[in-house]
Ligand binder design. Structure first.
Ligand code: ATP
Ligand code: MG
Length: 411
């Protein structure tokens, strides 16, 4: 890949998280390539290449199921040239080509600005990233406050990398986070959802959650959750979330699947319950109130962080099955076993018991009941497998991950 560009006479560097993770001895999630070839020239070198992005053209080079993102070196706007930056200092356009040095200084952290040069197998370090990598330090390139104002998502990225790599955020990069968190309110809700997924489904959910709380950032991602955590006198809600995050990390470490639907069921559980209680005092039944409150709190949540319908429907099902799990007589239990969301609802019930919200004997009853009815479980699993058709075109990342602005710096 890199050689094809080099042989065509261009500079080609591996850059970003791929280089960082390789140097740390971790398995990189994906690879990004930076080059001095322009998009049209990249396309001429690779037949299996598609150009994407309107504001900033990127090339996606396909290798079977893999997609490698190839971007032309970019330069930072200087601020007064043709208004690439808003009055508040936020980047809105990011489409000026530059040299590899220009490309390095517009990146976020020094450890993310290391370039692996294919020509001589050297690591090129324009920002002091090697030293920070060895020290386990996240240092922003340039003035931290300016860089957060350009793109507030960098605060979430600081938290995410600190959680994932176990690095410290440099004091100078850390201090402004307490002041500037509110800037996240101006970030597109779809982009925030992608960040939430990376924070909580990247294997370091516990750390991410604790750091988000520490830096008072949770209120900008999950305002209703953060508000209830404030008044969570017995620490029950906090315990529930923590257990869920621990489970999520353990599942990821074991290679088991995780879904944001479950995570949201946990994070939004108390807000939903609180609203449902009000609705019940107005005369609704328990089932109705959960249905209605679930819709309301998730709609409210979606205003700051988009939560796609395919997940929110599942979250609501997990909630709606909770009262049904209380009934252990009649035909209900058998029918419930066959429900596509039974397993998630049962796992959720276990969590609630661990956090002290419901009784362990009820969980034990369901555990036993499943063991007694293996054929029902097997049938349900079979049906689920049939419904899950493989996607035709695998993507490297969800579409909203890198909106037209390339590596995310321009949203
Ligand atoms: P991950 O392991 O999660 O993929 P990453 O560092 O590769 O981490 P990406 O989102 O894939 O993160 O971005 C690739 C690179 O693009 C980063 O390493 C960084 O150099 C640059 N980048 C991404 N987002 C931003 C941003 N908001 N501001 C500045 N540079 C960014
Ligand atoms: Mg990456």
């Amino acid at each position: 890949m890199l050689y094809r560009l080099k042989d065509a006479g261009y500079e080609a560097h591996l850059v970003g998280g791929g280089v960082r993770d390789l140097l740390l001895g971790r398995e990189p999630k994906d690879f990004d390539v930076a080059t001095d070839a322009h998009p049209g020239q990249i396309k001429a070198v690779f037949r299996n290449c598609r150009l994407i992005g309107r504001r900033f053209r990127l090339a996606h080079v396909h290798f079977g199921r893999e997609i490698i993102e190839v971007a032309t070196f970019r330069a930072q706007h200087s601020g007064d040239d043709a208004g690439g930056i808003t009055e508040e200092g936020r980047i809105i356009r990011d489409n000026v080509y530059g040299t590899v040095e220009d490309d390095a200084v517009r990146r976020d952290f020094t450890v993310n600005a290391l370039y692996y040069n294919i020509k001589d197998f050297s690591v090129v370090d324009y920002a002091g990233g090697m030293e920070d990598l060895e020290a386990g330090m996240l240092r922003l390139i340039g003035d931290p406050e300016v860089r957060y104002r350009e793109d507030a998502v960098r605060m979430l990225r600081a938290v995410r990398f600190a959680a994932k790599l176990g690095f410290r955020i440099h004091p100078e990069a850390e201090a402004p986070i307490f002041e500037l968190g509110h800037l996240l309110q101006e970030i597109a809700p779809a982009r925030l959802f992608e960040e939430v997924l990376k924070l909580f489904m990247g294997g370091s959910a516990v750390q991410s959650y604790e750091l988000l709380s520490h830096y008072n950032l949770l209120q900008y991602l999950f305002p209703q959750t953060a508000a209830l955590l404030e008044s969570d006198q017995h620490g029950f809600f906090h315990a529930l979330i923590l257990r869920a995050m621990e489970n999520t990390d353990a599942r990821i470490a074991a290679g088991k699947p995780v879904t944001p639907a479950f995570l949201y069921a946990v994070l939004m559980w108390m807000p939903m319950q609180q609203r449902a209680k009000v609705l019940r005092s107005d005369g609704m039944t328990e089932v109705q109130s959960i249905c209605e409150a679930g819709g309301e709190v998730l709609a409210e949540q979606s205003r700051c962080v988009v939560f796609p319908k395919r997940f929110s429907l599942q979250t609501r099902e997990i909630w709606q099955l909770q009262p049904r799990l209380k009934r252990t007589t009649g035909k209900g239990p058998l029918r419930l076993l066959a429900h596509p969301r039974f397993r998630a609802a049962y796992d959720f019930l276990l969590l609630r018991a661990e956090a002290g919200e419901t009784h362990q004997p009820l969980c034990d009853w369901w555990t036993e009941f499943q063991l007694e009815n293996p054929e029902v479980i097997a049938q349900a699993a079979q049906r689920a497998a049939l419904n899950k058709r493989p996607r035709r075109r695998p993507r490297k990342k969800p579409a909203a991950d890198k909106p037209a602005g390339g590596s995310g710096a321009s949203e």
